[in-house]
Ligand binder design. Structure first.
Ligand code: PNW
Length: 486
């Protein structure tokens, strides 16, 4: 066996881990916080496995100082977290000082520990009061979002320099308003399309306002991507299915943000599926909106978990569904018309998602060449990680989680990021999802992504073996994973 030479990350490459407010904080109704759409959705029968909710989660609201101490021990350079709109402006309007206080304490703790705070303003926990007025299907929510963003900047602008507007607007629109799998759990093409536009509008106006206040801020958005391959590259129908999947997931958000336009082929696909919904969407896109949405950004966050091979025809032996389960009537997998996933023999995680590290290299190269480089925008992998069925054991009197699958996943994907960097992509950081096991949306607490184990009975944290390996990688800034393209 020949040893693989170790490979070194650039000295300014940032290593971090990510979480989101609703998934870890708990304290759902404390200190003036009020219901978000996810608090409501958790109480809809069949919406979330085991009827789990976010009332306690990882109790991070009370344990943040210990969690930050753990980050410091692990050597994390940066921590990506989100702030809860329902804590800060519980009805979408009046500011709740106690909610803001929490984020001030958290940020101060991070700075004290020398961990760079990477703040995301919206990771899906819309105040229920705003959903009651139409949520993201109405334009006024974009304005309310910008007001909330400015409140956060008033409080933290002196200490937080990196601001992400939205996490994964595809999930917050189509998965939430069209596929019914995420809060508020609606089944409407019209609502999904309107939500996607108003989310992007909220992003663009917020970037403009924050930039006008402080030119030195690092501003951006995080998108979720799939890498869509045709099951049979020689079958034009499969090639077209892959085009649709890529168009609906990736280009629907990349094109407006970087080019100021929605992809015309996908608009026409939507029109063919639902012409009334498409007309409502077109009527909602007012003159000037796309210029606002295309306001230049400094950083694009890339979330990558898996690719998909799709065929136009339903396969005889379909793989187990990789999307959230639901017992609710009417649930429809989305995107409609974008093909059926097929089995191509790759390993899978506990989410039934394919393990395909090289897909991350391809994705970063594509997004860099076609979108980010021409715009002068840097890339960061803001989420990448895996759920596995972890086992807790004792080794030499120590509690351990020997999660070899996650360790391999982490190493191979970091190798994939280096492959892209070595090919000339300006990718400046990597955040493992997630710092902690947490509330995995419609999967409740059943799926564990953490490099830190959380015991939900005792709230005890245990650094998994993958977390130990990540610490070693961060300390040495090297890995010995071979270049996948050689
Ligand atoms: C992302 N889907 O969510 C989120 O940003 C995280 O909050 C989440 O925990 C992580 O990925 C792991 O799932 C997604 O069904 C959730 O297509 C569901 C889907 C995609 C992304």
């Amino acid at each position: 066996m020949t040893a693989t030479p170790s490979r070194t990350f650039p000295s300014d490459f940032l290593f971090g881990a990510a979480t989101a407010a609703f998934q870890i904080e708990g304290a759902a109704f404390e200190d003036g916080r009020r219901a978000s759409v996810w608090d409501t959705f958790c109480r809809v029968p069949g919406a979330v496995i085991n009827a789990d909710n976010g009332d306690v989660a990882c109790d991070h609201y009370h344990r943040y100082a210990d969690d930050v101490a753990l980050m410091k021990r692990m050597g994390l350079q940066t921590y990506r977290f989100s702030t809860s709109w329902a804590r800060v402006r519980p009805d979408g309007g009046v500011v709740n000082a106690k909610g803001l206080d929490f984020y001030e304490r958290l940020v101060d703790e991070l700075l004290e520990a020398d961990v760079l705070p990477w703040l995301t303003l919206y990771h899906w926990d819309l105040p229920q009061a705003l959903q009651d007025e139409g949520g993201w299907t109405v334009r006024s929510t974009a304005d309310k979002f910008t007001e909330y963003a400015l409140t956060m900047h008033d409080a933290l602008g002196d200490r937080v320099k990196v601001w992400t507007t939205l996490n994964e607007p595809w999930c917050a629109s189509f998965l939430s308003y069209t596929a019914g799998l995420h809060a508020p759990g609606h089944y409407s093409m019209r609502e999904g399309l309107l939500a996607s536009h108003h989310l992007l509008l909220g992003h663009g106006q917020t970037v403009r306002e924050l930039r006008a206040r402080d030119e030195s801020l690092d501003l951006g958005i995080t998108l979720n991507f799939t890498v869509a391959d045709p099951a049979d590259p020689d079958n034009p129908d499969d090639v077209d299915a892959a085009r649709r999947l890529d168009g609906q997931h990736n280009r629907w958000f990349l094109d407006p943000v970087f080019r100021g336009q929605y992809p015309a082929d996908i608009v026409e696909d939507f029109r063919a599926t639902d012409s009334a919904a498409t007309e409502a969407f077109e009527a909602a896109v007012l003159p000037g909106d796309l210029d606002v949405i295309a306001t230049p950004i400094d950083a694009l966050g890339v979330n990558y978990y898996h690719g998909d091979a799709v065929s136009a025809a339903e396969p005889a032996n379909p793989p187990e569904a990789g999307h959230a389960p639901t017992d609710r009537p009417g649930a429809s997998p989305f995107p409609a018309g974008s093909g059926y996933p097929v089995e191509r023999g790759l390993g899978r995680t506990a989410m039934h998602w394919e393990i395909q590290p090289h897909g991350l290299t391809r994705l970063l190269e594509r997004v860099w060449n076609e979108y980010a480089q021409p715009a002068g925008t840097a890339l960061y992998v803001t989420e990448n990680g895996a759920a596995f069925d972890d086992v807790v054991t004792e080794i030499d009197g120590e509690t351990r989680v020997p999660d070899a699958g996650r360790t391999d996943f982490l190493r191979s994907h970091l190798g994939a990021v280096l492959d892209a960097a070595e090919a000339g992509v300006d990718v400046r950081g990597y955040f493992y999802w997630s710092m902690l096991d947490n509330f995995e949306w419609a999967w409740g607490y059943e799926k564990r992504f953490g490099i830190v184990r959380v015991d939900y009975d005792t709230q005890e944290r245990v650094l998994k073996d993958s977390g130990r390996e990540y610490s070693r990688i961060i300390a040495s800034r090297t890995i010995d994973v071979p270049n996948a393209t050689l």
